[in-house]
Design a protein around this ligand. Structure first.
Ligand code: GDP
Length: 470
């Protein structure tokens, strides 16, 4: 755990010992029943064949789980004595043979003996409340459980191990230092002293804001990893959109899966490239509706395409480039250039003996097309790389902290806003107490990420989304 962690929400003492089946049962699987709380040992003793009163912490014991005289199962018992356990309380884990019958009987007996059924996420919530992890780490537990790709797993693991928390703690430290200088001045208010050199303060705020900006920008990648990147392939009929889609889906580097869209019934084409899930938007629709590119503005499918983070603009290299420059201009005007990355792709390179790639001019500078042959798949690798780079830009590397959570993003935005106000305050020579209050607001917002500041609602919202037993 990170040594940067400072204080946590008040430690609560729990009266109840909670219990849950914490792994799914099924043929051949092991079923685990987990208890946490003061009475974990005492309750388990009712059923366990060996004396548990003097077992050492962090030990494993084989024994029989008995209901009265009947042996229900032979089990392995693991004992973790608080505070050195996941929840910070005494924890017992019983590994049963994964039969639904066995697990249900055992769970009912344990409940009758005085344990309470755990709420969703309650084990992790207790871990948070007992200071075993901060809030962003607890949220990462949920992300880890839900992770489906290498990149998702990596980000969740980094966050769970405190990478993000450490960064937030660093920012807080800098701000606290800053606030203390200002508040010192307030103590000497009458004497008109300046402990805090205004230029240094401005520099410090600007440094922090630059870092906040990087964190906020990382959300583009973090969100893409977590939720997939919507991609639209746009181009004239016969440009080769279907062929390209197939090439991308059959790329060796892509793991192709069909998943039901969560918000609609349509099936989505998904390719996972370098751990990032690319979701091709309504590709069936594109195939049918893109009759003339001029008409695109009035097509309904454009609305859907507008949610694309990446637009692949595909054209036939044999076409007149000027025509496509015009179409691209029109098309780009429809999209928000801050949200959408355009990639121009010249197709059917196999039909030309020499390929001349004229860069297109765009509002964000020139756009150099990638030459491919969707048919022979030449250049498709380069395109895959461009897709990954479009998301990965901002130089996100393995060790960097990446924001994956909308709640964190919002808190970072509000922190930035408060710092902006502080900066203005300094520049306009406002009184120190106003500046100090902006800094306190920034500290408050940062603290909400790691859980120094929480509300019941927030905790309910976060832990309610966990499954029972976690
Ligand atoms: P769409 O209407 O944009 O979806 O285009 P299709 O993918 O259906 O392709 C239209 C035609 O172009 C088909 O006959 C494809 O075989 C052909 N085609 C697509 N890509 C290439 C390519 O890279 N080279 C060649 N020679 N033909 C291609």
């Amino acid at each position: 755990m990170s040594k940067h962690q400072i204080t946590f929400a008040p430690v609560m003492t729990h009266q109840e010992t909670i219990v849950a089946i914490s792994t799914p049962s099924g043929a051949g699987a092991i079923g685990i029943i987990r208890l946490s709380g003061k009475k974990a040992l005492e309750i388990t003793q009712h059923f366990f064949s060996k004396n548990l009163s003097e077992i050492a912490p962090n030990t494993v014991h084989f024994g029989r789980f008995k209901l009265g005289e009947t042996v229900l199962d032979e089990v392995v018992l693991s004992y973790f004595k608080g505070p050195n356990s996941y929840t910070g309380e005494d924890v017992i884990e019983l590994s049963f043979h994964g039969s639904n019958y066995i697990l249900t009987e055992a769970l009912n007996a344990i409940l009758e003996a005085g344990a309470t059924m755990a709420e969703p996420g309650e084990f992790t919530q207790r871990a948070f409340l007992n200071g075993k992890m901060d809030l962003s780490q607890a949220e990462a537990v949920a992300d880890l459980i839900a992770s489906e790709s290498n990149a998702e797993h990596r980000l969740a693991m980094h966050q769970m191990r405190g990478g993000f928390s450490a960064e937030i703690a660093k920012l807080r430290e800098e701000l606290i230092h800053f606030a203390s200088l200002i508040e010192l001045e307030l103590d000497f208010g009458e004497e008109d002293v300046e402990f805090a050199n205004r230029e240094d303060l401005v520099q410090l705020i600007e440094k922090i804001r630059a870092y906040l900006k990087r964190l906020m920008e990382s959300f583009r990648y973090g969100n893409a990893v977590k939720n997939g990147v919507p991609v639209a392939i746009i181009g004239k009929p016969n440009a080769g959109k279907s062929t390209l889609l197939n090439a991308l889906l059959n790329d060796d580097r892509a793991i192709v899966s069909e998943i039901a869209g969560t918000t609609r019934d349509a099936i989505e084409d998904v390719a996972v490239i370098e751990g990032i899930r690319f979701r091709f938007i309504d590709t069936a629709g594109i195939r049918e509706t893109t009759d003339t590119i001029e008409a695109i503005g009035v097509q309904k499918s454009l609305e859907k395409m507008k949610s694309a983070a990446i637009v692949l603009y595909l054209y036939d290299l044999k076409d007149d480039a000027a025509e496509h420059q015009q179409t691209l201009n029109k098309l780009m005007a429809e999209f928000d250039s801050r949200q959408t990355t355009f990639v121009a792709i010249g197709n059917k390179a196999d039909q030309l003996s020499q390929v001349n790639l004229t860069p297109f001019e765009s509002t964000n500078g020139s756009l150099t097309p990638i030459a491919i042959s969707a048919k022979t798949t030449a250049g498709v690798d380069e395109l895959s790389k461009a897709l990954v780079n479009a998301i990965n830009s901002g130089a996100v590397t393995t060790g960097d902290v990446v924001v994956t959570n909308t709640r964190h993003l919002n808190a970072l935005r509000l922190t930035d806003k408060a710092l902006d106000a502080a900066l203005n305050g300094i520049q306009y020579g406002l009184s120190g107490d106003l500046v100090a209050s902006d800094i306190r607001e920034a500290l408050h917002q940062l603290g909400s990420i790691t859980g120094q500041i929480t509300t019941e609602d927030l905790l309910g919202n976060i832990f309610g989304k966990f499954c029972i037993g976690k």
